[in-house]
Design a protein around this ligand. Sequence first.
Ligand SMILES: [Mn+2]
Length: 503
Amino acid sequence: MDSSILETYLDCNIFQPTNVDIPYIKTKSIVSICEELHFAILTGARVMLYGDYDADGLFSMLVWKEVFDCIGYSNYFLYQYTKRTHHISPFIVQQAIHGNAEYIIICDTGCSVEDQNVLTSLKQYGLNIIVIDHHSSKYDYDALQREINVFNSFEEQDALNGDAVSGAYAALLVANVLCLDFLHKPLANNAKCYALASMYSDVVDLSTKIGVALYNNVVLQKLSMPAFMRAFNRYNYRIGKRFFQYIFNPPINACFRSEHFEDLNFLLSQKVIYKKEKCIENILELHQFYSKLAATYSFKFTQERFGNLLYCVYNLEEGEKFVHIRNFSGLIANNIASAENCAVVVLFKMKNNYQGSFRDPFKRNFLSFFELFCNAGGHPPAFGITVPLDKIDFFKKNLIEMGARTSDNKDEKYIYIPSECIETISDLQIVALYNEYMNTNKSVVLKVICKKVSLIKSTSFYKYYNVDLPLQVTCVSPLMRGSILLVEPCICKDIQLKEVALL
Ligand SMILES: [Mn+2]
């Protein structure tokens, strides 16, 4: 790719070399898991799959399902989601026994102190346990490795060049060694699609070497979607950031946050998934319902402004009709943050504590500050918070200080490129691809001053304009000559230029 003007704006190293192979990483722990699974497969043992209660956990489970389907191994079953937790659910024990499991692959959880009881009882029933996780934990990893077969990509990040991966990608790395070295069969393409989906759902930086390799493998090779994924793809998007961030991941998240598992469990039990499936319809409606509910709740919070920080609280009564709204604090914080254009703390006051989320639209690192005075975990500009009832004054005192020090946003939300830099479709392609990798960093937008504008067509959602760029601009707001516009090159069906803001 040669575009010298773009090189001055973008870190073009990300494109070089064109890296499309799923990394082949063979740690001692991965090899011993593969030996165990290889033996299970050779002896026809019954395998149970378990994933954490979130999109990444589900996708981890589906990585293994797809790997087994692809090699023609059918003696396995999936955990049925029951009651939400982020440690291994105690319900795993009865399901394992009831399903006659001999092996269990536990994904996206399992390494923490709180998991040890369940692991012990599984062992007492004679089950062979495999844990694949990517979370840091206070439990001693060496000790855990002596007790069970475990690969934790966070603990073993040196083998991954220091880069982070999602739970499902960690599962894929293990499956890759299993398929290449032990089974001598190709790694399921569908499994790669789920691993990629999880990098977006778990907000793990995709612009790393290992991340770019997965993206390229799936997207540049134009892999087709697994049926379960395709069932959600009503607007025929291509696999990419937009599809995962707007179409596929949000309804899946809604199932977990609303703790509504009936439709999801049903779909997971099906051999064939039809596009017009009623359960898909239900999940999409559930998502719509909770998006609207979150938007409504956004106005119910009392707001206090500390400098450039907004502090929002809502008292969740015990008889509250929609108790699960407490799991949507991230969505509410997003709503408020984008309306107010500032960093936001959103807290639900509950019976025993406050819990909620922090969001910064400018993607600054606030997590390390919050960790100093409260229980916070997640990603630097987007994380969850819990505060005990009696610590709220201390928490507020810290917010006030932080607010006073938080600068007005000299920091920009995007990387801006003047639209004159874009001459050809291939320039746009470079920017669009760059944006695909940027799931945790700022994306690139073109600043367009409309010297000429002509409306091409208009639908109920969008207007399409010609504005002196190699592609039409998709816009919600009306444009006229002299309008100043920010547009983001992205990939939905093809490359598109989507309006970000009308200045
Ligand atoms: Mn995860």
